[in-house]
Design a protein around this ligand. Structure first.
Ligand code: IVH
Length: 650
């Protein structure tokens, strides 16, 4: 790659990332992106003096800071006055109209996250500062650079402060909490806490993993010429920032109310959490005339949505049994209306959580709901206890089938494979999005099919007939035909979907993809050694996979015959090189992420494995290599440093 080509490649990557992270409209595949990214990385390694500041490689935070230093905002970051109803809006409007009857209003969401000030000068991102007390915040530039919706370089050369909210999308929030629960860490109470916590990590690589998103809402110091806030914001979006899901310029009370209602209605469908709508005077000159109180601008208000947190009482704690047999406690609460929906249940995750929060039946609690976020208990009002509250003990028997439960760390499991709850939920899982993606086969329908005796296992799905379906309640011809068609079109699915759909414990989407990639259609005939040789697959996963295949072989074969899953295509044969056909283990910290090096070795025809054995040809080590290196030495396996590896390749 020549210098010019390198610069073009960086621009291309940034354009692709802009389409992906800002416009939500990808114009290339992940594969193409990764390929070019790697080329850019290689060039930069060879010529570090050429690295440009806005190269996407400059976003990976690898410097851990000891603590944050304070930094001053160039101009103050204000708060907002809250209003809660139409009368309060009226009152505020009256005050505004005292200045000028022709004022218009810019309305946009009030995002629920953490506020952030970005300082750009000379077109380059110089600093990212948390709000702090409004005058001084914490300098978190390294963390901020990992946020992909924040451009490192903008086409505006003058000094400018761009303000906005850092949020975590609702689906990402659920994922992070699942992950935290798995690692026996307390889940975040809401996306706001998760965003704020992720932003203030001393290790930016943690921030990078959280998929934070920046949504701009205003400017501080700036020399933008526009006279209307809406035009200034348009200019900001044009510089490469995300637009809000809904915004409007409104004339007066009726229009503001209308857009408020619309936003309130639609907000469940937005990716991020909102807690209200901000109404701002659109004319900058009028904003200046109105000025500020000690805390808030007089020219803007936050028109809050009805609370998402409400107080209710825990009536009962019931137990749900999932497809893997895990028993999850669920709180039944006094029905409480939250933004139009009646909440009757809240998740409790596991018995450790009940213990940690000391939730008892009869307790008054605060619950939180928003959009797709499953309602959850965020606080127990301990001071309101009467003394009649009842503690609950972890169960000993399955609430559905009665068989004895196994206690495994924080998890409690029903071991009975025929347990009705497990069967129904595994069929639901089989058909779900990340598995065979069979449309129209959700919870309700699966339960109906199961209760009617039509489907007792996933195999039965493929024996469903039109007449049988038509006999069921609510099944007209069209619905029945659509369902059969959807089931039919699962045939010829990708192999990883097939493996994932089997619902093998510890084998999720990622592992299924790795297994499909490594073994193709021979996925059934694999050994433990071959499995653990895949980087990312450990002993426990391998054992779970093999045990499942041993016990369920017959069913798996039958399913395979019906579904005929398609294996991914193999790589092209590599040219001769010292690593071709060799089994290699990588260990220690390398100059590039290990998956990148792994991928390169694999293109060279090497097999990169996760654990060292006698069959290993080379252990390639980086800094701070530990037990794998020691094991290689003790087994007499050849060890090669990263530099030596590079030398062997040239
Ligand atoms: S404007 C000069 N607009 O809410 C006005 N703030 O309660 C300053 N927020 O600290 C704020 N969405 O972090 C504004 N569209 C929006 C917002 C927004 C969320 C946050 C912001 C601010 C807090 C004030």
């Amino acid at each position: 790659m020549k210098k010019e080509e390198y610069k073009q490649a960086v621009e291309k990557l940034n354009l692709w990332a802009y389409h992906y992270y800002v416009l939500d409209d990808p114009i290339t595949t992940d594969e193409e992106y990764d390929k070019l990214y790697k080329q850019v990385q290689e060039y930069e390694r060879a010529r570090p003096e050429d690295v440009v500041k806005d190269s996407p490689t400059q976003r990976v935070g690898d410097v851990i800071s000891k603590g944050f230093t304070k930094a001053k905002h160039l101009s103050r970051m204000w708060s907002l006055e809250d209003i809660f109803n139409a009368q309060e809006l009226q009152k505020w409007l009256e005050k505004v109209y005292r200045l000028d009857k022709n004022i218009t209003f810019y309305c946009e969401p009030k995002y629920d996250g953490a506020s952030l000030n970005l300082i750009y000068d000379n077109g380059e991102l110089q600093q990212g500062i948390t709000r702090g007390d409004g005058t001084v915040g914490e300098l978190i530039t390294e963390n901020v650079k990992t946020i992909r919706s924040i451009p490192l370089r903008i086409e505006h050369k003058e000094l400018i402060e761009i303000r906005g909210e850092v949020v975590i999308f609702k689906d990402e929030f659920e994922k992070i909490n699942q992950e935290r629960l798995k690692n026996v860490e307390p889940p975040f109470a809401n996306p706001r806490n998760a965003a704020a916590g992720s932003l203030r990590q001393l290790d930016p690589s943690i921030t990078a993993k959280r998929n934070l998103v920046f949504l701009p809402y205003g400017v501080g110091v700036n020399r933008l010429p526009q006279k209307l806030l809406s035009d200034k914001m348009d200019a900001i979006y044009k510089l490469g920032f995300r637009k809000p899901p809904l915004r409007a310029i409104t004339k007066g009370y009726d229009e503001i109310e209308a857009i408020y209602e619309q936003m309130k209605e639609e907000r469940d469908s937005y990716a991020m959490m909102l807690d209200g709508m901000v109404v701002k005077v659109n004319e900058i000159a009028a904003q200046i005339d109105m000025g500020y109180t000690v805390k808030v601008p007089r020219w803007a208000v936050a028109y809050k949505f009805p609370a998402v947190e409400k107080i209710t009482r825990v009536k009962d704690i019931i137990l749900q049994v999932g497809r893997t047999g895990v028993v999850t406690p669920v709180a039944v609460v006094e029905p409480t209306e939250i933004e139009g929906a009646v909440v009757e249940r809240a998740t409790l995750h596991n018995f450790d959580e009940i213990e940690r929060m000391d939730i008892r039946i009869g307790d008054k609690v605060i619950i939180l709901r928003s959009g797709d976020v499953i309602p959850k208990i965020v606080k127990v009002l301990v001071h309101e206890r009467s003394g009649d509250e009842v503690k609950i003990e972890p169960p000993k028997e399955c609430p559905v089938c009665g068989s004895e439960l196994l206690h495994e760390d924080v998890l409690i499991k029903c071991q009975n494979l025929k347990c009705e709850a497990r069967v129904v939920n595994s069929i639901i899982y089989f058909a779900s999005k990340q598995c065979l993606n069979i449309e129209g086969l959700g919870n309700k329908i699966v339960e109906q099919l199961f209760n009617a005796g039509l489907v007792k296992s996933v195999l039965d799905l493929f024996a469903l007939r039109l007449e049988k379906l038509l006999a069921l309640e609510g099944f007209q011809e069209k619905k029945a035909k659509n369902l059969l068609q959807a089931i039919e079109s699962a045939k010829g699915c990708e192999l990883w979907r097939f493996i994932n759909a089997l619902g093998i414990e510890h084998i999720g989407e990622v592992a299924s993809k790795m297994i499909a990639e490594a073994f193709g259609i021979n996925y059934l005939h694999v050994t433990k050694e071959a499995l653990v040789a895949i980087d990312g697959i450990g002993e426990e996963m391998a054992e779970s996979y093999l045990e499942f295949m041993r016990v369920n072989k017959e069913t798996v074969v039958k399913l395979q015959e019906i579904l005929e899953p398609v294996a991914p295509q193999k790589r092209e044969e590599a040219k001769e090189n010292p690593f071709k056909g060799k089994t290699i283990v990588l260990t220690g910290t390398m100059s590039e992420p290990r998956p990148v090096i792994k991928e390169r070795l694999e293109t060279l025809g090497a097999k990169v494995s996760g654990s060292v054995s006698k069959k290993t040809d080379y252990v390639i080590y980086g800094e701070d290599a530990g037990s794998k290196y020691d094991k290689a030495v003790s087994l007499g396996v050849k060890t090669v440093s990263e530099d030596e590896m590079r030398a062997m390749l040239t």
